[in-house]
Design a protein around this ligand. Structure first.
Ligand code: CP3
Length: 349
């Protein structure tokens, strides 16, 4: 069974995470296994999303088939950032077209007291099993990424009961009862660290922490209410496993995200990669940052955008090519295949 020595040094993707020179830029795509793929849609006719996650054989096939179909440089385990809510007993469901719903929202000290404490090892062992199967089926072709949501992003789903535009309930708790806020964030941070370490122990070579909605916070509020908990997660991870720390609309938060931790900072497309990297400092890697909507453009436009991003990275070690956020459901598959080829070709040195 793979364990602490997961980090095979020869993988292009892992070398880039460590800012070692690579012969070409590695690429993978956030949400690379998903509804834009016809084979995923036909699986979803037979399984609900949660049943698919719980069925490790099927989930591992989704991951592995996607890697082979796209020729990307990393696999990401098929799971979700909200699965750790299952053992908390919050009534997590995924509604068609409506995204995740949380039936029992947490908005008070009493709600935090009522949370269940079940270990993720017991309740989410299917995710560890998926990682092990992916690891085995890939025969070392590409490394495996494990992932989780950062505490702020996960908390926002639980407090709002689902996705949100203005995060009013989330920020109300934060501002009105900061002691309860921090207590809740601390529980999520511990669960998240346990969840990620379980994936690392099962064979994940790299982990990504998704703070997708951190950009909703002012820099001051990020530093006060989110950063310490993201840092606690990252500090609790098995040493030696590269961490990618991602968020969107984080242009003003980048130095603070770097301070929270991570070997690589994920950038969305609202920042220029070269400018963002110089602001972060070259002592950290960067991932990104093509606008996912560019995959709806013609090939020449995609190629130009790819060249722009590669030029921004300037051939420095430590760039991983990715979209600036997850791939969109109606994305033409041929353009995704073209993007991967273009990055491989244009970045070859
Ligand atoms: O290829 C992969 O990246 C697969 C693994 C993966 C999923 N979700 C599977 C999934 C990953 C890395 C995620 C991350 C995730 N999940 C994030 C962070 C990334 C981001 O987009 O910001 C967030 C915020 C979630 C929460 C979540 N899960 C939402 C908002 C939704 C519904 C909306 C949507 O984009 O589909 C999900 C469901 C979900 N998670 C699906 C998949 C493949 C779609 C389920 C389906 O309808 O088949």
């Amino acid at each position: 069974m793979p364990s602490a020595g997961n980090v095979a040094t020869e993988y292009l993707f892992i070398k880039a995470c460590r800012r070692e020179p690579v012969p070409r830029t590695p690429i993978w795509l956030m949400r690379q296994a998903g509804r834009y793929l016809p084979e995923y849609r036909s699986l979803r006719d037979r399984f609900s999303f949660l049943d698919l996650c719980r069925n490790s054989d099927a989930a591992a096939k989704v991951t592995v088939n996607t890697v082979r179909r796209l020729n990307v440089d990393a696999a990401i385990v098929f799971a979700d950032i909200l699965l750790p809510l299952l053992p908390m007993g919050l009534g997590l469901t995924y509604e068609k077209g409506d995204g995740p719903r949380v039936a029992r929202t947490v908005r008070s000290a009493a709600d935090v007291d009522a949370l269940h404490h079940v270990s993720v090892h017991e309740s989410l062992s299917f995710v560890a099993q998926t990682v092990r199967l992916v690891h085995r089926e890939l025969h070392g072709e590409v490394p495996v990424i494990g992932f989780a949501g950062a505490p702020f992003t996960v908390a926002s789903y639980v407090i709002e009961g689902g996705g949100s535009r203005n995060y009013v309930a989330t920020k109300s708790l934060m501002y009105r009862d900061s002691a309860t806020w921090h207590r809740f964030m601390d529980i999520i941070a511990r669960t998240t660290a346990e969840y990620l370490n379980m994936q690392i122990d099962a064979g994940a070579h790299v982990v990504q922490l998704f703070d997708s909605w951190a950009g909703a916070l002012s820099p001051q509020d990020y530093r006060r209410f989110a950063l310490p908990h993201s840092r606690a997660v990252i500090d609790a991870l098995r040493p030696g496993t590269p961490v990618i720390h991602f968020g969107t609309m984080t242009g003003s938060l980048l130095p603070d995200m770097r301070a929270a931790g991570g070997d690589v900072i994920g950038l969305d497309w609202r920042v220029d990669l070269d400018e963002a990297w110089s602001r972060l400092g070259y002592g950290v890697g960067v991932q990104g940052n093509l606008d996912p909507a560019l995959l709806f453009a013609d090939r020449q436009t995609i190629d130009d955008a790819v060249r722009d991003i590669l030029r921004g990275a300037g051939g420095r070690p430590g760039h991983i090519f990715n979209l600036g956020h997850g791939i969109l459901p109606e994305t033409p598959v041929d353009n995704v295949l073209h993007l991967v080829e273009a990055v491989h070709e244009f970045s070859a040195r």
